[in-house]
Design a protein around this ligand. Structure first.
Ligand code: CS2
Length: 511
Protein backbone atom coordinates (compact mmCIF):
# COMPACT_ATOMS: atom_id res chain seq x y z
CA UNK A 1 0.00 0.00 0.00
CA UNK A 2 1.25 3.50 -0.73
CA UNK A 3 2.84 5.34 2.17
CA UNK A 4 1.41 8.69 1.05
CA UNK A 5 -2.31 7.89 1.05
CA UNK A 6 -4.19 10.04 3.58
CA UNK A 7 -6.31 8.52 6.32
CA UNK A 8 -10.06 9.18 6.35
CA UNK A 9 -11.11 12.01 8.66
CA UNK A 10 -13.26 15.19 8.60
CA UNK A 11 -10.56 17.12 6.71
CA UNK A 12 -10.65 14.64 3.84
CA UNK A 13 -14.42 14.61 3.31
CA UNK A 14 -14.41 17.41 0.71
CA UNK A 15 -11.66 15.78 -1.30
CA UNK A 16 -12.97 12.24 -1.70
CA UNK A 17 -13.64 10.84 -5.17
CA UNK A 18 -17.15 11.55 -6.44
CA UNK A 19 -17.95 7.82 -6.38
CA UNK A 20 -17.77 7.87 -2.56
CA UNK A 21 -20.92 9.36 -0.97
CA UNK A 22 -20.43 11.57 2.09
CA UNK A 23 -22.78 12.79 4.86
CA UNK A 24 -25.17 15.46 3.59
CA UNK A 25 -25.72 16.96 7.06
CA UNK A 26 -23.48 19.08 9.26
CA UNK A 27 -21.74 16.63 11.55
CA UNK A 28 -20.45 19.39 13.80
CA UNK A 29 -24.07 20.01 14.87
CA UNK A 30 -24.58 16.38 15.97
CA UNK A 31 -25.18 15.81 19.67
CA UNK A 32 -24.93 12.37 21.27
CA UNK A 33 -28.44 11.09 22.04
CA UNK A 34 -27.86 7.34 21.99
CA UNK A 35 -25.12 4.86 22.78
CA UNK A 36 -24.31 1.60 21.05
CA UNK A 37 -22.53 -1.30 22.75
CA UNK A 38 -20.50 -3.53 20.41
CA UNK A 39 -19.26 -1.49 17.46
CA UNK A 40 -18.47 -4.31 15.04
CA UNK A 41 -18.98 -4.74 11.31
CA UNK A 42 -22.69 -5.40 11.78
CA UNK A 43 -23.42 -2.17 13.67
CA UNK A 44 -21.46 -0.15 11.14
CA UNK A 45 -23.44 -1.73 8.30
CA UNK A 46 -26.84 -1.57 9.97
CA UNK A 47 -27.99 0.70 12.84
CA UNK A 48 -25.32 3.35 12.12
CA UNK A 49 -26.29 3.37 8.43
CA UNK A 50 -30.04 3.69 9.18
CA UNK A 51 -29.18 6.56 11.53
CA UNK A 52 -27.05 8.22 8.85
CA UNK A 53 -30.02 7.93 6.45
CA UNK A 54 -32.28 9.50 9.04
CA UNK A 55 -29.92 12.37 9.79
CA UNK A 56 -29.84 13.20 6.06
CA UNK A 57 -33.62 13.20 5.90
CA UNK A 58 -34.53 14.88 9.14
CA UNK A 59 -31.68 16.18 11.25
CA UNK A 60 -32.03 15.64 14.99
CA UNK A 61 -29.78 15.12 17.98
CA UNK A 62 -29.32 11.40 17.37
CA UNK A 63 -25.55 11.10 17.22
CA UNK A 64 -24.20 7.73 18.34
CA UNK A 65 -21.57 7.15 21.03
CA UNK A 66 -19.98 3.78 20.16
CA UNK A 67 -18.71 1.73 23.10
CA UNK A 68 -16.74 -1.53 23.10
CA UNK A 69 -16.57 -3.51 26.34
CA UNK A 70 -14.69 -6.34 24.55
CA UNK A 71 -11.84 -6.21 22.00
CA UNK A 72 -11.08 -4.77 19.54
CA UNK A 73 -10.14 -1.32 20.74
CA UNK A 74 -11.84 1.49 18.84
CA UNK A 75 -9.43 4.36 19.57
CA UNK A 76 -6.90 3.42 16.87
CA UNK A 77 -9.41 2.94 14.08
CA UNK A 78 -12.74 4.76 14.34
CA UNK A 79 -11.36 7.05 17.05
CA UNK A 80 -8.52 8.32 14.85
CA UNK A 81 -11.03 8.97 12.09
CA UNK A 82 -13.43 11.00 14.31
CA UNK A 83 -16.00 8.22 13.97
CA UNK A 84 -16.02 8.31 10.15
CA UNK A 85 -15.71 5.11 8.13
CA UNK A 86 -16.44 3.72 4.69
CA UNK A 87 -19.37 1.38 4.33
CA UNK A 88 -19.06 -0.77 1.20
CA UNK A 89 -22.09 -2.52 -0.22
CA UNK A 90 -20.96 -5.41 -2.37
CA UNK A 91 -22.78 -7.84 -4.59
CA UNK A 92 -20.65 -9.94 -6.93
CA UNK A 93 -18.89 -7.28 -9.07
CA UNK A 94 -21.03 -4.32 -7.87
CA UNK A 95 -19.52 -1.93 -5.29
CA UNK A 96 -21.11 1.08 -3.63
CA UNK A 97 -19.07 3.22 -1.22
CA UNK A 98 -20.37 5.67 1.33
CA UNK A 99 -18.82 7.41 4.31
CA UNK A 100 -21.11 7.16 7.33
CA UNK A 101 -21.13 10.07 9.78
CA UNK A 102 -23.56 9.07 12.52
CA UNK A 103 -20.98 7.92 15.10
CA UNK A 104 -19.84 11.04 16.97
CA UNK A 105 -17.53 9.50 19.55
CA UNK A 106 -16.05 6.12 20.48
CA UNK A 107 -15.23 4.84 23.94
CA UNK A 108 -13.03 1.88 24.86
CA UNK A 109 -14.20 0.21 28.04
CA UNK A 110 -12.49 -3.17 27.82
CA UNK A 111 -10.24 -2.73 30.87
CA UNK A 112 -12.75 -1.14 33.20
CA UNK A 113 -16.47 -0.35 33.18
CA UNK A 114 -15.91 3.30 34.14
CA UNK A 115 -15.71 4.81 30.62
CA UNK A 116 -18.87 2.96 29.52
CA UNK A 117 -20.71 3.95 32.71
CA UNK A 118 -19.78 7.59 32.11
CA UNK A 119 -21.73 7.49 28.84
CA UNK A 120 -24.63 5.22 29.83
CA UNK A 121 -25.47 7.23 32.93
CA UNK A 122 -25.50 10.58 31.12
CA UNK A 123 -28.96 12.21 31.00
CA UNK A 124 -28.31 13.03 27.30
CA UNK A 125 -28.49 9.34 26.45
CA UNK A 126 -32.10 8.30 25.88
CA UNK A 127 -31.52 5.04 24.07
CA UNK A 128 -28.92 2.27 24.19
CA UNK A 129 -28.72 -0.15 21.27
CA UNK A 130 -26.48 -3.20 21.39
CA UNK A 131 -24.88 -5.97 19.32
CA UNK A 132 -22.87 -7.97 21.82
CA UNK A 133 -23.36 -11.43 20.20
CA UNK A 134 -25.67 -14.12 21.52
CA UNK A 135 -23.42 -15.12 24.39
CA UNK A 136 -23.09 -11.52 25.62
CA UNK A 137 -26.45 -11.76 27.38
CA UNK A 138 -25.16 -14.46 29.80
CA UNK A 139 -28.45 -16.33 29.52
CA UNK A 140 -29.11 -20.05 29.39
CA UNK A 141 -29.91 -20.68 25.70
CA UNK A 142 -32.59 -23.34 26.33
CA UNK A 143 -34.57 -21.26 28.87
CA UNK A 144 -33.65 -17.60 28.30
CA UNK A 145 -32.98 -17.09 32.03
CA UNK A 146 -29.90 -15.37 33.49
CA UNK A 147 -27.10 -17.91 33.97
CA UNK A 148 -26.23 -17.37 37.62
CA UNK A 149 -23.26 -19.73 37.33
CA UNK A 150 -21.68 -17.69 34.50
CA UNK A 151 -18.25 -16.54 35.80
CA UNK A 152 -18.86 -12.90 34.78
CA UNK A 153 -22.26 -12.85 36.51
CA UNK A 154 -20.74 -14.40 39.65
CA UNK A 155 -18.08 -11.69 39.53
CA UNK A 156 -20.55 -8.85 38.91
CA UNK A 157 -22.97 -9.87 41.66
CA UNK A 158 -20.04 -9.83 44.08
CA UNK A 159 -18.58 -6.58 42.64
CA UNK A 160 -21.54 -4.64 41.23
CA UNK A 161 -19.64 -1.37 40.98
CA UNK A 162 -17.03 -2.81 38.62
CA UNK A 163 -19.06 -5.00 36.26
CA UNK A 164 -17.63 -7.07 33.40
CA UNK A 165 -20.80 -8.49 31.86
CA UNK A 166 -23.48 -6.75 29.82
CA UNK A 167 -26.23 -7.41 32.43
CA UNK A 168 -23.94 -6.16 35.23
CA UNK A 169 -23.01 -3.03 33.25
CA UNK A 170 -26.59 -2.17 32.35
CA UNK A 171 -27.87 -2.70 35.89
CA UNK A 172 -25.10 -0.53 37.33
CA UNK A 173 -25.95 2.19 34.79
CA UNK A 174 -29.64 2.02 35.68
CA UNK A 175 -28.86 2.09 39.39
CA UNK A 176 -26.81 5.28 38.88
CA UNK A 177 -29.49 6.83 36.65
CA UNK A 178 -32.10 6.10 39.33
CA UNK A 179 -29.88 7.66 42.00
CA UNK A 180 -29.08 10.81 39.96
CA UNK A 181 -31.47 12.24 37.35
CA UNK A 182 -33.96 9.34 37.15
CA UNK A 183 -34.52 9.73 33.40
CA UNK A 184 -36.07 6.76 31.54
CA UNK A 185 -34.14 4.67 29.03
CA UNK A 186 -34.89 2.35 26.11
CA UNK A 187 -32.58 -0.67 25.84
CA UNK A 188 -32.77 -2.08 22.31
CA UNK A 189 -31.10 -5.41 21.64
CA UNK A 190 -30.04 -5.94 18.02
CA UNK A 191 -28.71 -9.49 18.45
CA UNK A 192 -30.04 -12.67 16.88
CA UNK A 193 -31.52 -14.21 19.99
CA UNK A 194 -35.21 -15.09 20.09
CA UNK A 195 -37.41 -12.40 21.67
CA UNK A 196 -34.21 -10.47 22.28
CA UNK A 197 -36.01 -7.74 24.25
CA UNK A 198 -37.60 -10.32 26.53
CA UNK A 199 -34.26 -12.02 27.19
CA UNK A 200 -32.53 -8.68 27.79
CA UNK A 201 -35.37 -7.74 30.17
CA UNK A 202 -35.01 -11.12 31.95
CA UNK A 203 -31.29 -10.86 32.56
CA UNK A 204 -31.44 -7.21 33.63
CA UNK A 205 -34.40 -7.77 35.97
CA UNK A 206 -32.94 -10.95 37.54
CA UNK A 207 -29.70 -9.13 38.21
CA UNK A 208 -31.49 -6.01 39.53
CA UNK A 209 -33.68 -8.07 41.88
CA UNK A 210 -30.51 -9.32 43.53
CA UNK A 211 -29.37 -5.71 44.03
CA UNK A 212 -32.52 -4.84 46.03
CA UNK A 213 -33.34 -1.22 47.04
CA UNK A 214 -36.40 -1.06 44.80
CA UNK A 215 -34.21 -1.03 41.68
CA UNK A 216 -36.22 -3.74 39.90
CA UNK A 217 -39.43 -1.72 40.45
CA UNK A 218 -37.79 1.46 39.17
CA UNK A 219 -36.66 -0.45 36.07
CA UNK A 220 -40.16 -1.86 35.51
CA UNK A 221 -41.54 1.70 35.52
CA UNK A 222 -38.79 3.50 33.57
CA UNK A 223 -36.99 1.15 31.20
CA UNK A 224 -38.30 -0.39 27.97
CA UNK A 225 -36.93 -3.50 26.30
CA UNK A 226 -38.42 -3.68 22.80
CA UNK A 227 -37.58 -6.78 20.76
CA UNK A 228 -36.19 -6.30 17.27
CA UNK A 229 -35.31 -8.30 14.20
CA UNK A 230 -32.18 -7.09 12.45
CA UNK A 231 -30.81 -8.28 9.14
CA UNK A 232 -27.85 -7.63 6.89
CA UNK A 233 -25.01 -10.00 6.15
CA UNK A 234 -21.82 -8.20 7.18
CA UNK A 235 -18.88 -10.56 7.82
CA UNK A 236 -15.82 -9.78 9.93
CA UNK A 237 -13.68 -7.25 8.07
CA UNK A 238 -10.39 -8.50 6.60
CA UNK A 239 -7.12 -6.78 5.68
CA UNK A 240 -8.14 -7.27 2.04
CA UNK A 241 -11.27 -5.16 2.69
CA UNK A 242 -9.17 -2.37 4.21
CA UNK A 243 -6.70 -2.53 1.31
CA UNK A 244 -9.46 -2.45 -1.27
CA UNK A 245 -10.60 1.01 -0.17
CA UNK A 246 -7.11 2.37 -0.70
CA UNK A 247 -6.79 0.63 -4.07
CA UNK A 248 -10.16 1.77 -5.37
CA UNK A 249 -10.54 5.21 -3.80
CA UNK A 250 -7.03 6.31 -2.83
CA UNK A 251 -7.37 6.84 0.93
CA UNK A 252 -6.79 4.72 4.00
CA UNK A 253 -9.57 3.62 6.29
CA UNK A 254 -8.94 1.36 9.30
CA UNK A 255 -12.67 0.94 10.05
CA UNK A 256 -14.17 -0.17 6.72
CA UNK A 257 -17.34 -2.29 6.93
CA UNK A 258 -18.64 -4.50 4.11
CA UNK A 259 -22.22 -5.64 3.70
CA UNK A 260 -24.68 -7.01 1.16
CA UNK A 261 -27.39 -4.79 -0.43
CA UNK A 262 -30.29 -6.34 1.52
CA UNK A 263 -31.15 -4.87 4.90
CA UNK A 264 -34.15 -5.10 7.22
CA UNK A 265 -35.02 -3.85 10.70
CA UNK A 266 -38.31 -4.54 12.47
CA UNK A 267 -38.67 -3.00 15.92
CA UNK A 268 -41.41 -3.39 18.53
CA UNK A 269 -42.99 -0.07 19.32
CA UNK A 270 -42.41 -0.17 23.04
CA UNK A 271 -40.24 2.79 23.97
CA UNK A 272 -39.51 4.54 27.25
CA UNK A 273 -39.12 7.96 25.62
CA UNK A 274 -38.22 9.54 22.30
CA UNK A 275 -36.92 7.29 19.56
CA UNK A 276 -35.13 8.03 16.30
CA UNK A 277 -37.69 7.89 13.47
CA UNK A 278 -35.93 4.98 11.74
CA UNK A 279 -39.34 4.08 10.33
CA UNK A 280 -38.91 7.04 7.94
CA UNK A 281 -35.86 5.39 6.37
CA UNK A 282 -36.93 1.80 5.88
CA UNK A 283 -37.25 0.27 9.37
CA UNK A 284 -40.67 -1.01 10.44
CA UNK A 285 -42.25 -0.37 13.83
CA UNK A 286 -44.66 -3.17 14.82
CA UNK A 287 -46.63 -4.41 17.83
CA UNK A 288 -45.13 -7.89 17.75
CA UNK A 289 -41.86 -8.82 16.10
CA UNK A 290 -42.22 -12.60 16.64
CA UNK A 291 -43.41 -13.60 13.13
CA UNK A 292 -40.59 -11.56 11.51
CA UNK A 293 -38.04 -12.93 13.91
CA UNK A 294 -39.05 -16.56 13.31
CA UNK A 295 -38.90 -16.04 9.57
CA UNK A 296 -35.42 -14.52 9.67
CA UNK A 297 -33.81 -16.75 12.27
CA UNK A 298 -35.28 -19.99 10.99
CA UNK A 299 -34.86 -19.37 7.25
CA UNK A 300 -31.85 -17.10 6.68
CA UNK A 301 -29.90 -17.84 9.87
CA UNK A 302 -30.97 -21.51 9.85
CA UNK A 303 -29.58 -21.84 6.32
CA UNK A 304 -26.35 -20.04 7.29
CA UNK A 305 -25.72 -22.29 10.30
CA UNK A 306 -26.47 -25.41 8.25
CA UNK A 307 -24.17 -24.35 5.42
CA UNK A 308 -21.47 -23.33 7.91
CA UNK A 309 -20.96 -26.61 9.76
CA UNK A 310 -21.77 -28.89 6.83
CA UNK A 311 -19.61 -26.61 4.66
CA UNK A 312 -16.60 -27.01 6.97
CA UNK A 313 -17.13 -30.78 7.05
CA UNK A 314 -17.22 -30.76 3.23
CA UNK A 315 -13.98 -28.74 3.11
CA UNK A 316 -15.59 -25.51 1.85
CA UNK A 317 -14.41 -22.07 2.99
CA UNK A 318 -17.27 -19.58 2.67
CA UNK A 319 -21.09 -19.58 2.74
CA UNK A 320 -21.08 -18.78 -0.99
CA UNK A 321 -18.90 -21.86 -1.67
CA UNK A 322 -21.22 -24.09 0.37
CA UNK A 323 -24.42 -22.87 -1.30
CA UNK A 324 -22.78 -23.32 -4.72
CA UNK A 325 -22.35 -27.04 -3.98
CA UNK A 326 -25.25 -28.79 -5.78
CA UNK A 327 -25.85 -31.38 -3.04
CA UNK A 328 -25.85 -28.81 -0.21
CA UNK A 329 -27.98 -26.41 -2.27
CA UNK A 330 -30.58 -29.13 -2.87
CA UNK A 331 -30.52 -30.09 0.79
CA UNK A 332 -30.90 -26.57 2.11
CA UNK A 333 -33.83 -25.69 -0.15
CA UNK A 334 -35.69 -28.90 0.74
CA UNK A 335 -35.02 -28.47 4.44
CA UNK A 336 -36.34 -24.92 4.42
CA UNK A 337 -39.33 -25.53 2.17
CA UNK A 338 -40.52 -28.83 3.64
CA UNK A 339 -39.63 -28.56 7.31
CA UNK A 340 -38.93 -24.95 8.27
CA UNK A 341 -41.60 -23.02 6.35
CA UNK A 342 -44.54 -25.00 7.87
CA UNK A 343 -43.44 -23.81 11.33
CA UNK A 344 -43.67 -20.09 10.45
CA UNK A 345 -46.44 -17.73 11.48
CA UNK A 346 -48.01 -15.58 8.77
CA UNK A 347 -45.82 -12.52 8.22
CA UNK A 348 -47.53 -9.35 6.97
CA UNK A 349 -46.43 -8.61 3.40
CA UNK A 350 -44.00 -11.52 3.01
CA UNK A 351 -44.56 -14.83 1.23
CA UNK A 352 -42.40 -17.47 2.92
CA UNK A 353 -41.42 -19.31 -0.26
CA UNK A 354 -40.37 -16.04 -1.90
CA UNK A 355 -38.37 -15.26 1.23
CA UNK A 356 -36.63 -18.66 1.00
CA UNK A 357 -35.57 -17.98 -2.60
CA UNK A 358 -34.48 -14.45 -1.75
CA UNK A 359 -32.40 -15.77 1.19
CA UNK A 360 -30.70 -18.41 -0.95
CA UNK A 361 -29.92 -15.77 -3.58
CA UNK A 362 -28.35 -13.56 -0.88
CA UNK A 363 -26.15 -16.42 0.30
CA UNK A 364 -24.79 -16.89 -3.24
CA UNK A 365 -23.25 -13.38 -3.27
CA UNK A 366 -19.56 -14.16 -3.94
CA UNK A 367 -18.36 -10.68 -2.89
CA UNK A 368 -19.48 -11.36 0.70
CA UNK A 369 -16.64 -13.48 2.09
CA UNK A 370 -18.45 -14.99 5.09
CA UNK A 371 -16.24 -17.75 6.42
CA UNK A 372 -18.01 -20.94 7.46
CA UNK A 373 -15.88 -21.00 10.62
CA UNK A 374 -17.13 -17.48 11.52
CA UNK A 375 -20.79 -18.47 11.21
CA UNK A 376 -20.10 -21.74 13.09
CA UNK A 377 -18.64 -19.74 16.01
CA UNK A 378 -20.84 -19.94 19.15
CA UNK A 379 -23.13 -22.47 17.48
CA UNK A 380 -24.47 -23.56 20.88
CA UNK A 381 -25.94 -20.07 21.27
CA UNK A 382 -27.52 -20.17 17.80
CA UNK A 383 -29.01 -23.62 17.23
CA UNK A 384 -31.91 -23.22 19.67
CA UNK A 385 -33.59 -20.40 17.71
CA UNK A 386 -32.34 -21.48 14.27
CA UNK A 387 -32.91 -25.27 14.38
CA UNK A 388 -34.26 -26.66 17.66
CA UNK A 389 -37.32 -24.40 17.98
CA UNK A 390 -38.50 -25.23 14.44
CA UNK A 391 -37.86 -28.94 15.16
CA UNK A 392 -40.00 -28.72 18.29
CA UNK A 393 -42.80 -27.00 16.37
CA UNK A 394 -42.59 -29.62 13.60
CA UNK A 395 -42.82 -32.47 16.09
CA UNK A 396 -45.90 -30.95 17.67
CA UNK A 397 -47.44 -30.70 14.18
CA UNK A 398 -46.64 -34.39 13.62
CA UNK A 399 -44.35 -33.43 10.72
CA UNK A 400 -40.99 -34.81 9.57
CA UNK A 401 -37.74 -33.47 11.09
CA UNK A 402 -35.20 -35.69 9.30
CA UNK A 403 -33.64 -32.80 7.37
CA UNK A 404 -33.50 -30.25 10.21
CA UNK A 405 -31.81 -32.88 12.40
CA UNK A 406 -28.80 -33.11 10.05
CA UNK A 407 -27.41 -29.62 10.90
CA UNK A 408 -27.99 -30.30 14.62
CA UNK A 409 -25.67 -33.29 14.18
CA UNK A 410 -23.51 -30.97 12.05
CA UNK A 411 -23.01 -28.65 15.01
CA UNK A 412 -22.08 -31.67 17.19
CA UNK A 413 -19.65 -33.08 14.60
CA UNK A 414 -18.02 -29.65 14.18
CA UNK A 415 -17.20 -29.42 17.89
CA UNK A 416 -16.45 -33.15 18.34
CA UNK A 417 -13.77 -33.00 15.65
CA UNK A 418 -12.08 -30.10 17.41
CA UNK A 419 -11.32 -32.41 20.38
CA UNK A 420 -7.96 -34.09 21.07
CA UNK A 421 -9.44 -37.55 20.50
CA UNK A 422 -10.52 -36.52 16.98
CA UNK A 423 -7.18 -34.89 16.11
CA UNK A 424 -8.16 -31.24 16.74
CA UNK A 425 -9.13 -30.74 13.11
CA UNK A 426 -9.76 -26.99 13.50
CA UNK A 427 -9.78 -24.35 16.23
CA UNK A 428 -13.28 -23.57 17.50
CA UNK A 429 -14.87 -20.88 19.64
CA UNK A 430 -18.06 -21.78 21.48
CA UNK A 431 -18.94 -21.59 25.21
CA UNK A 432 -19.80 -25.31 25.08
CA UNK A 433 -16.68 -26.37 23.10
CA UNK A 434 -14.90 -27.58 26.26
CA UNK A 435 -17.90 -29.63 27.38
CA UNK A 436 -18.29 -31.31 23.97
CA UNK A 437 -14.53 -31.96 23.73
CA UNK A 438 -14.64 -33.62 27.16
CA UNK A 439 -17.50 -35.84 25.99
CA UNK A 440 -15.63 -36.70 22.78
CA UNK A 441 -12.40 -37.45 24.63
CA UNK A 442 -14.09 -39.84 27.06
CA UNK A 443 -16.59 -41.39 24.63
CA UNK A 444 -14.60 -41.98 21.45
CA UNK A 445 -16.22 -42.75 18.10
CA UNK A 446 -19.57 -44.26 19.09
CA UNK A 447 -22.12 -41.90 17.48
CA UNK A 448 -24.99 -43.08 19.66
CA UNK A 449 -23.06 -42.55 22.89
CA UNK A 450 -21.73 -39.18 21.69
CA UNK A 451 -25.16 -37.91 20.65
CA UNK A 452 -26.77 -39.12 23.89
CA UNK A 453 -24.20 -37.36 26.04
CA UNK A 454 -24.43 -34.11 24.05
CA UNK A 455 -28.25 -34.16 23.97
CA UNK A 456 -28.13 -34.37 27.77
CA UNK A 457 -26.66 -30.82 27.98
CA UNK A 458 -29.82 -29.16 29.23
CA UNK A 459 -28.55 -25.60 28.83
CA UNK A 460 -28.92 -26.19 25.08
CA UNK A 461 -31.38 -29.05 24.69
CA UNK A 462 -34.72 -28.83 26.40
CA UNK A 463 -35.04 -32.27 28.11
CA UNK A 464 -38.41 -33.06 26.51
CA UNK A 465 -36.97 -32.47 23.02
CA UNK A 466 -33.82 -34.44 23.88
CA UNK A 467 -36.02 -37.39 24.92
CA UNK A 468 -38.00 -37.48 21.67
CA UNK A 469 -37.31 -40.81 19.94
CA UNK A 470 -37.67 -39.55 16.35
CA UNK A 471 -35.32 -36.63 16.96
CA UNK A 472 -32.73 -38.79 18.74
CA UNK A 473 -32.72 -41.42 16.00
CA UNK A 474 -32.33 -38.79 13.27
CA UNK A 475 -29.46 -37.04 15.07
CA UNK A 476 -27.63 -40.29 15.85
CA UNK A 477 -27.89 -41.52 12.27
CA UNK A 478 -26.68 -38.19 10.81
CA UNK A 479 -23.85 -37.93 13.35
CA UNK A 480 -22.62 -41.43 12.43
CA UNK A 481 -22.36 -40.38 8.78
CA UNK A 482 -20.82 -36.98 9.53
CA UNK A 483 -18.02 -38.57 11.57
CA UNK A 484 -17.28 -41.14 8.83
CA UNK A 485 -14.84 -40.77 5.91
CA UNK A 486 -17.76 -39.64 3.78
CA UNK A 487 -19.46 -36.87 5.84
CA UNK A 488 -21.75 -35.81 3.00
CA UNK A 489 -23.43 -39.24 3.26
CA UNK A 490 -25.46 -37.58 6.05
CA UNK A 491 -26.84 -35.10 3.54
CA UNK A 492 -27.55 -37.75 0.88
CA UNK A 493 -29.19 -40.11 3.38
CA UNK A 494 -31.28 -37.27 4.77
CA UNK A 495 -32.54 -36.48 1.28
CA UNK A 496 -33.16 -40.17 0.43
CA UNK A 497 -35.14 -40.79 3.60
CA UNK A 498 -37.11 -37.64 2.98
CA UNK A 499 -37.93 -38.84 -0.54
CA UNK A 500 -39.14 -42.21 0.78
CA UNK A 501 -41.33 -40.48 3.37
CA UNK A 502 -42.69 -38.15 0.70
CA UNK A 503 -43.67 -41.07 -1.58
CA UNK A 504 -45.33 -42.83 1.34
CA UNK A 505 -47.35 -39.72 2.17
CA UNK A 506 -48.47 -39.21 -1.42
CA UNK A 507 -49.50 -42.90 -1.69
CA UNK A 508 -51.50 -42.58 1.53
CA UNK A 509 -53.24 -39.43 0.37
CA UNK A 510 -54.11 -41.14 -2.97
CA UNK A 511 -55.91 -43.98 -1.11
C1 CS2 B 1 -24.61 -15.11 10.96
C2 CS2 B 1 -25.27 -13.76 11.21
O1 CS2 B 1 -22.55 -15.29 12.07
C3 CS2 B 1 -23.75 -15.54 12.12
O2 CS2 B 1 -24.27 -16.13 13.06
O3 CS2 B 1 -25.59 -16.08 10.77
O4 CS2 B 1 -24.34 -12.83 11.64
C4 CS2 B 1 -26.01 -13.25 9.97
O5 CS2 B 1 -25.12 -12.97 8.92
C5 CS2 B 1 -26.88 -12.05 10.27
O6 CS2 B 1 -27.81 -12.39 11.25
C6 CS2 B 1 -27.60 -11.57 9.02
O7 CS2 B 1 -28.52 -10.59 9.37
Amino acid sequence: MSASAETLGPALLDRLPASVQTPSYDRTMLAPGMAHLGVGAFHRCHQAEYTDDLLSLRFDRWGIVGINIRPPSLADTLGRQSGLYTRLIRENSHIEARVIGSIVRVVDSQESAAPALGVLVSPDIELVTMTVTEKGYCHIPSSGELDLSHPDIVHDLANPETPRSLPGLLVRSLELRQATHGRPLTLLSCDNIPTNGVILGNVVRSFAERRGNGLADWIAANVAFPSAMVDRIAPAVTQADLDSVEQWFGYRDGAVAVGEPFRQWVIEEEFAGRMPRWDLVGATFVDDVTPFEHLKMRVLNGAQTTLATLGVLAGLEHTSDAVADPLLADFIRRMLVEETVPTLMPVPGILPLTYVEQSLARLKNTAIRHRNHQVATDGSQKIVQRLLNPIRDRLSQGGSIGLLSVPVAGWMAYLIQASDRFGKRWPVSDPYAGKVAEIADTTGHDAQALASAILAIDGIFDPSLAADGTFRAAVISALGDLLSDDPMAAVRHGLEQDEVARLKRSKQSAL
